[in-house]
Design a binder for this molecule. Structure first.
Ligand code: SAM
Length: 303
């Protein structure tokens, strides 16, 4: 796609350079994160959302849905690893995993590591937009490489609808969704937490991206945690540090109905050499430290 003739609300020309700016009047007014664009790789409006993929100067290929960055090749591993390995390593014997959303397939890539370790036996992924998967296969090949794996059951459907009708119970449920503005809106409501609990084994663990962090909208985060706490007995907040999510970090909400479980410490540990071989971001120290908050945020989120 020729940059000179391409127009998109996120793209701006400065001198002879083109920049992508992630902006949101509602979620983070008055600030933006920018990446210089090398090349537009693909743009379309699918049935569900605006999909833009570009090659950036410094962050590799970037997937953008409805103007919001979903992942960049440079730092995607941080998020995919933390959201996957936190719940899996906190569970004594996780065999069945469910992913809601996750179209770039990065979470599947991380879950497959536990299939290969002999822990996870089946992965179900429910993604609403098949186009995200197809385009990720083409433009994010390091992420989307295992969706046809024999242990993966891929369902193209609305995750909310799936959870309403499923009779299955899972050990781990990972909500790897986009932000609330768009098809993922329902994932940030109390009813969704109810559905999660219903599809979870007694000692199961759920985790979701909160679409927020402590620097952006602490009261929104507090509210979301409150919603989770009305349904789950044990709710914790963890942070993933990475430059391409707005303000450099993304919050994860991890919950279980097992009051005695301490998800802030890994229950299972891998040999340090194996851990270092398998993961680039996650390790057992990061597992614990991701729950440590600065004082003001800790006080704010306490109740
Ligand atoms: N890691 C990313 C982040 O935090 O922004 C999320 C990446 S992943 C690409 C998000 C996926 O959720 C998208 O592919 C989107 O199509 C999917 N999604 C949004 N709403 C959904 C729904 N109702 N059911 C299933 N998948 C949904």
């Amino acid at each position: 796609i020729d940059l000179d003739s391409f127009t998109h609300e996120t793209i701006f020309k400065q001198g002879d350079k083109y920049w992508f700016f992630e902006k949101s009047e509602d979620a983070f007014p008055g600030q933006a994160f920018g990446l210089e664009i090398n090349q537009i790789l693909y743009h379309t409006k699918s049935q569900f959302q605006d999909i833009l993929i570009f090659k950036s100067l410094s962050f590799g290929n970037v997937l953008v849905l409805n103007g919001i960055i979903q992942c960049t090749e440079k730092d995607e591993f941080a998020y995919q690893e933390l959201i996957t390995h936190l719940p899996v390593m906190s569970h004594p014997n996780p065999t069945k995993a469910l992913v809601i959303g996750g179209g770039d397939c990065g979470v599947i890539r991380e879950l497959i590591k536990h299939v290969e370790l002999g822990t996870i036996e089946s992965i179900t992924m429910v993604e609403i937009d098949d186009m995200v998967i197809q385009l990720s296969t083409k433009f994010l090949p390091e992420m989307a490489k295992y969706h046809n794996h024999p242990k993966v059951n891929l369902i193209i459907d609305d995750g909310f609808k799936f959870l309403k009708s499923t009779q299955e119970k899972f050990d781990i449920i990972i909500t790897d969704s986009s932000d609330p503005e768009g098809p993922a809106e329902e994932f940030f409501q109390i009813n969704y937490f109810k559905l999660l609990l219903n599809a979870l084994q007694k000692d199961g663990i759920v985790i979701m991206q909160s679409s927020e962090n402590i620097w952006l909208n602490l009261s929104y985060l507090k509210n979301l945690l409150k919603k989770a706490k009305t349904i789950f007995k044990n709710v914790k907040y963890s942070q993933c540090y990475m430059p391409s999510y707005t303000s450099g970090s993304l919050g994860l909400i991890i919950a279980t109905n097992d009051e005695l479980k301490d998800v802030t410490k890994p229950l299972r540990k891998l040999k340090p050499s194996l851990e270092a071989n398998l993961f680039k971001y996650y390790n057992s120290n990061i597992h614990q430290s991701s729950f440590v908050l600065p004082t003001w945020a800790q006080n704010e989120l306490k109740n």
